[in-house]
Ligand binder design. Structure first.
Ligand code: ADP
Ligand code: MG
Length: 698
């Protein structure tokens, strides 16, 4: 269906085919609708006039009314400039032009009142404004200026073709003048009145041409609401659909959990861990298929929490699987859990890419017959020949590392009923983001670390203090501890990054000639990686020089120092993940962030944040603030957070309200068939809202 708003912009007065083509190429604007959704990125306050006596130079732009007195061309031939003295009742100021001198000179009429706008500076003892905007003062433009002037984003290429912000203002004015600008209201009346929102047409008019700041804010609120509300509606709709379709296996209470709990658990679980297990247990008995995200800081003990949940499934006669993103991590899970399984008389197996054919064959038989209780593995788990007998629960560790397709495949491993799914992440997600991103997943959070952990001490050292660093490392090794030294590897293929790593390794070997070292990087064969990692885990080597391959999940409690080289090149959440590799034992641990002497302001903020706190949630909030949600780990591919006006770091309150309302509406009217929801239903069906492809798992 094509409507007026689908008209191509070339038909708008003053645009034409050439400009239309440019606007499309540079800003993606094709239709009237695209144009009207190209919002100003800021406004200039033209709501009032200053007097010359009120001017404070070098601070803000000013808008003044006055009269031109004397116009002069001064300076030598090639360095000519035009000056005009400009007066109001309170004083005088100089206007200066360095370019277009003759053209300007012809235009300025002494004795005529003008409106001048620009940034005053102080030159010698005089105030002046160079290249001001200047217009003859008329009653019409005096009134018209009393508002916020929209400033639009353009590009260099557009500016060259005279499509600057001002030109876009003109085009936008044409659009609003055109007859029949028919915008379809997207939400129903009830919603507008409940939320005290202005209607869409007013909002769009005022976002471009606000009569005052209040109107602009109301417009902005309405548009932000739209963005957040429809995402949430979509989430709740999918969720309610899913509930319809996906009945889940109901697990019974079993002796297995009890046995583990009373006889074999290695330590007392934290209150947080117990709480999460309760939440999951409730899901597992609800009759619906569980889709739950378990987030908990590095070292918070997600593994054992997941294990207890697996026992619930196994106790009811089902099999479980745990999938990890790397081989090293899968092995660690396997080794950790095998110990408990032995005590409980359960059969656990590991399948990775390097599992021998014969062993694999045997395991697959055990799996198909139902003899095996727990299968641990990497991507190798999702291959087609991996067939379970009765899969009841799937645990996916460090979920952001997996693609949607991979998760979906695992999901389909039980042909009769979908298994319950628990995904785990150590990348804490700020609440606002989680609500938007994982809106269709239930979220459990482990908030506390196990008791007795000493917070890691973090400091920032410049490269020039390297001797101090070496001295410190030596001391810790003498105390029997182990050390990580991590180099950034931004691109897997970057030769330069590898050179940094190798140079670093050499200088460490020279500084610690009698200390056994390990090295680990992505270009090594998997066998060699395992060998090196294994030596370090067993304490044979004291220093592990590595790239970020060690980032995920590795557990060596005896390691007490994490040195991060060129730490300015890492993002906050990655720094936090790396730091989490230490502080896992009883000893005081340290994280040392090395940088060159010159680092950007933003890098300095990141490092400052790391030094100031070890709280993953605080760090995640800061990360969100510094980088914006689009950049946060795992969200890049979502396309979901392509928000135009709403900002998840600051619009948390509005998001909450929008979410609550969306939930109520879907609860009352899941199919949106009520007459009071017609507009919402229609807008939602247009599918303009990014679909929640990847968090939906299905
Ligand atoms: P993560 O949440 O990062 O995956 P792990 O599950 O690897 O953390 O746990 C980190 C370490 O803490 C492990 O050595 C684990 O045995 C230990 N741990 C987990 N829960 C507790 C607890 N309640 N008390 C003491 N130690 C615990
Ligand atoms: Mg873990």
């Amino acid at each position: 269906m094509s409507s007026f708003m689908d008209t191509k912009i070339e038909f708008l007065k003053g645009v034409g085919p050439a400009k239309a083509k440019l606007l499309n190429e540079e800003l993606g604007i094709q239709t009237y609708l695209d144009l009207i959704y190209h919002f100003p990125f800021r406004y200039e306050d033209r709501s009032h006039f200053q007097t010359i006596s009120q001017i404070i130079p070098e601070i803000d732009n000013v808008q003044i009314k006055g009269v031109i007195r004397k116009v002069e061309v001064v300076g030598a031939a090639r360095k000519q400039r035009l000056t005009a003295s400009f007066q109001d009742k309170t004083g005088q100021i100089e206007l200066v032009w360095f370019k277009g001198v003759n053209w300007m000179k012809g235009k300025l009429k002494p004795g005529v009142p003008y409106i001048v706008y620009g940034k005053p500076s102080l030159f010698q003892t005089k105030y002046s404004i160079s290249h001001p905007e200047i217009e003859v003062l008329t009653p019409a433009n005096e009134a018209g200026k009393k508002s916020l002037l929209p400033i639009y984003a353009t590009t260099e290429k557009l500016k060259k073709r005279y499509l600057d912000s001002k030109a876009i203002v003109k085009i936008m004015q044409e659009l609003f003048k055109s007859q029949g600008i028919a915008l379809t209201e997207t939400v129903d009346h009830d919603v507008l009145s409940k939320m005290h929102l202005v209607d869409l047409k007013t909002a769009l008019k005022h976002i471009h041409f606000p009569p005052d700041a209040e109107a602009k804010n109301r417009a902005l609120e309405r548009l932000k609401f739209d963005e957040l509300f429809f995402i949430q509606l979509k989430i709740f709709r999918e969720k309610s659909d899913k509930k319809e379709v996906h009945k889940g296996i109901v697990f019974q209470k079993s002796h297995l959990v009890h046995d583990f709990y009373t006889n074999h658990k290695p330590f007392e679980l934290t209150d947080s861990q117990k709480q999460v297990i309760k939440e999951i247990y409730t899901d597992l008995q609800s009759g619906y298929q569980m889709n739950r995200l378990l987030q908990g800081d590095v070292g918070s003990g997600k593994t054992i929490t997941a294990f207890v949940c697996m026992l619930i499934a196994i106790g009811s006669g089902f099999q479980t699987a745990i999938m990890a993103p790397t081989e090293i991590l899968a092995i660690q899970h396997y080794q950790g859990l095998a110990e408990y399984c032995e005590k409980l008389g359960l059969k656990i197996r590991l399948i990775t890419g390097s599992t021998k054919k014969s062993a694999r064959k045997k395991y697959l038989e055990e799996l198909a017959s139902g003899e095996m209780n727990i299968l641990v593995g990497t991507h190798a788990l999702i291959e087609n020949d991996v067939q379970f007998n009765r899969l009841g629960l799937v645990v996916i560790d460090e979920q952001h590392r997996f693609g949607v397709a991979q998760r979906a495949k695992l999901w389909q491993k039980n042909k009769h009923v979908y298994p319950h799914v628990l995904v785990m992440t150590a990348t804490p997600i700020p609440r606002t983001l989680a609500m938007t991103l994982y809106g269709d997943l239930e979220i459990s959070t482990i908030r506390e670390l196990p008791k007795g952990r000493k917070p890691i001490k973090t400091s920032h050292l410049y490269d020039s203090s390297r001797l101090k660093l070496f001295g410190f490392i030596r001391r810790e090794i003498d105390l029997g501890r182990q050390v990580y030294i991590v180099y950034p590897l931004i691109e897997e293929s970057s030769a330069l990054d590898y050179k940094d790593l190798m140079d670093g390794y050499e200088s460490i070997s020279r500084a610690f000639p009698n200390t056994p070292l390990s090295i680990l990087h992505g270009k090594m064969k998997s066998k060699d990686k395992d060998f090196e990692m294994d030596r370090f885990v067993r304490g044979e080597t004291k220093i592990m020089v590595a790239t970020t391959v060690i980032e995920v999940g590795v557990n060596v409690p005896n390691a007490s120092v994490m040195v991060i080289e060129n730490s300015e090149r890492f993002g906050l959440s990655q720094l936090h993940q790396l730091r989490g590799r230490v502080g896992r034992g009883a000893d005081q641990s340290y994280c040392i962030l090395m940088t060159g002497s010159k680092i950007s302001r933003e890098a300095r903020e990141r490092i400052g944040c790391m030094v100031a706190t070890t709280d993953g949630f605080e760090i995640a909030e800061k990360d969100l603030e510094l980088r914006g949600p689009g950049d946060l780990m795992g969200t890049q591919q979502s396309g979901l957070l392509d928000l135009k006006v709403a900002d998840l770091t600051t619009d948390g309150e509005l998001l909450k309200k929008a979410r609550l309302l969306a939930e109520q509406i879907i609860d009352d009217d899941p199919e949106l068939t009520s007459p009071s929801h017609t507009r919402i239903a229609k807008h939602l069906s247009k599918d303009q809202i990014a679909s929640l492809k990847w968090s939906a798992i299905s």
